[in-house]
Design a protein. Structure first.
Length: 280
């Protein structure tokens, strides 16, 4: 039987892209239950026949274009491992910027009411619920399958301060008022050629595409938030790297102030937010 090292070399030479080595090791950890540190320290250990078969099968799925997160059924986000399926958007590192910007504005001892619209896997809501355990969170999604995954992730991580609600954007908030609303909504144009690249073809279209300019969902969220936020409440939105100025304009049109835009890890404009004006 081949050794761990031999199988990893086989995988790295078969996979393409700059992350081939990392993907080979992550697959080994998920499929063969061999940690990445053990892969290095016991590189000359032989694998069992069933491990080799399962690993090569998973490798072929990845070569065929299936997202790594769907093969392993897990994706790391913040300080968590989240269950993911084809029913939810795969959490991206850049969305951690949205979490960071939210935490900068939520006092550590706050008991805020916070809503995460379009929660998907629950990544944003669960991260905030763990970091600000005295806050009450509401996580909404229009997909029952996505909500089921989000609930499972919350249970697995021992989080019990999130209320999960089925519904579309702010329309599901039922006349409640929040100190903060945030969302990573769909924001890709429906004719964007990037939809055919990478993992995107395997992800739910409703979590990616939002009209001819990619801003349909963001417009609706801003409109809904104008009536669901408490005076002085924050709205934070993830968006496309070329959409910041348009999101700023939309926020200004709805009388938000203290508007800001934050860049992602690649230096692109990624999160824009603002505060609802106090009345009077």
């Amino acid at each position: 039987m081949p050794t761990i090292k031999q199988i990893l070399i086989e995988a790295r030479t078969t996979l393409t892209g700059p992350d081939a080595r990392l993907e080979a090791e992550v697959l080994m950890e998920a499929i063969c239950a061999i940690s990445r540190s053990r892969q290095f320290s016991h590189a000359d250990d032989q694998l069992a026949a069933d491990q080799v078969e399962k690993y090569r099968c998973a490798l072929q799925r990845r070569i065929a274009g299936e997202p790594l997160a769907h093969i392993t059924a897990l994706r790391g986000f913040w300080d968590m491992d989240l269950q993911v399926t084809p029913d939810v958007l795969i959490p991206r590192p850049d969305t951690e910027i949205l979490v960071e910007q939210a935490l900068e504005r939520i006092p550590r001892d706050a008991s805020w009411q916070i809503a995460d619209l379009g929660t998907g896997s629950g990544a944003i809501a669960i991260a905030l619920a763990r970091e600000r355990s005295q806050c009450d969170l509401t996580a909404t999604d229009n997909s029952p399958a996505a909500l089921a995954i989000a609930k499972q992730n919350a249970i697995a991580l021992g989080v019990n301060n999130i209320n999960f609600i089925a519904g579309s954007w702010g329309q599901s908030l039922e006349n409640r008022f929040f100190d903060m609303i945030l969302s990573n909504p769909p924001y890709i144009r429906d004719d964007d050629p990037h939809l055919a690249e990478g993992d995107l073809p395997a992800e739910p279209e409703q979590a990616l595409v939002s009209g001819s300019d990619g801003l349909d969902a963001i417009r609706q969220i801003i409109t809904d938030s104008s009536t669901c936020l408490k005076p002085g409440g924050w709205l934070l939105l993830e968006h496309g790297f070329e959409q910041a100025s348009e999101v700023v304009d939309l926020l200004q049109h709805h009388d938000f102030n203290e508007i800001f835009t934050e860049k992602d890890y690649g230096g692109n404009d990624r999160v824009t937010g603002g505060k609802r004006q106090f009345e009077g």
